[in-house]
Write a protein that binds this ligand. Structure first.
Ligand code: PGA
Length: 261
């Protein structure tokens, strides 16, 4: 199965109008300079909500896609103070949204079921959800990595199955395996550790739908840098990366995109 790699930049709560303009211009120039080498990876950047519309304008006409970092679990409009609907994200030019990042799960109490509902809301709005799963260090040390990641994935698959979207809509999702102990710590999973979990995730999806299991993209996230991207992306079930810190430096991010393509 030939899966197109994806590299997505999760800017988290970083940036300003001026800094974003410089970063986006740097990424676009870097990708243009490389286009002779035909980078084939799909590239997504995910700035904070308030900067999305301006980022969309800056990216217009380029191949770089825009994503948000979160979405409301409710569809449409309504009395949900502080929330942003998937349809609004589409309205300002997003095609993607990160769902269930471990910081949302750990710091804002998002449960597996909540993440699953957000995945459905993103799909209903026509967005591609980048659904994050991953285990804590104590869970890995206790040998529970597959169990935890399997539980997080199962919640999303069950919600899809039980909705009118159906499990077939999983084909419109991207999954990101992000071991929590590797996020922002400089401690990357080894390529073998990443491959082990990616193969497990793909296997679980194949059990539900073999075609989707073969075609769905599984990104690795957690301290990916230009210096370690190539060996991670070289693993058979790693189809690119979700990049935090290193996505804030244009040159570094473009080098990671090059490693995927
Ligand atoms: P990091 O973050 O690359 O800074 O480790 C990854 C993420 O949280 O998506």
């Amino acid at each position: 199965m030939n899966r197109r790699p994806m590299v997505a930049g999760n800017w988290k709560m970083h940036g300003s109008r001026a800094a974003n303009a410089a970063l986006l211009d740097g990424v676009l120039a870097g990708l243009r300079a490389r286009s002779g080498a035909r980078a084939s990876a799909e590239v997504v950047v995910c700035p904070p909500f308030v900067y999305l519309a301006e980022a969309a304008q800056r990216l217009a006409g380029s191949a770089v896609l825009l994503g948000a970092q979160d979405v409301c679990a409710e569809s449409g409009q309504g009395a949900f103070t502080g929330e942003v609907a998937g349809s609004m994200l589409r309205d300002v030019g997003c095609s993607h949204v990160i769902v269930g990042h471990s910081e949302r799960r750990a710091l804002y109490g998002e449960s597996d079921e909540w993440v699953a509902r957000k995945t459905l809301a993103a799909l209903a709005a026509g967005l591609t959800p980048i659904v994050c799963v991953g285990e804590l260090l104590e869970e890995r040390d206790a040998g529970r990595t597959h169990e935890v990641v399997g539980r997080q994935l199962a919640a999303v698959m069950a919600a899809l199955r039980g909705s009118e979207l159906g499990l077939t809509s999983l084909a419109r999702c991207v999954l990101a395996y992000e071991p929590v102990w590797a996020i922002g710590t400089g401690r990357t999973a080894t390529p073998e550790q990443a491959q082990d979990v990616h193969a497990y995730i793909r296997g679980r999806i194949v059990e539900g739908d073999a075609t989707i299991g073969g075609s769905i993209r599984l990104l690795y996230g957690g301290s990916v840098k230009a210096g370690n991207a190539r060996e991670l992306f070289g693993m058979p079930d790693v189809d690119g990366g979700l990049i935090g810190g290193a996505s804030l430096k244009a040159e570094e991010f473009v080098a990671i995109v090059a490693a995927a393509g």
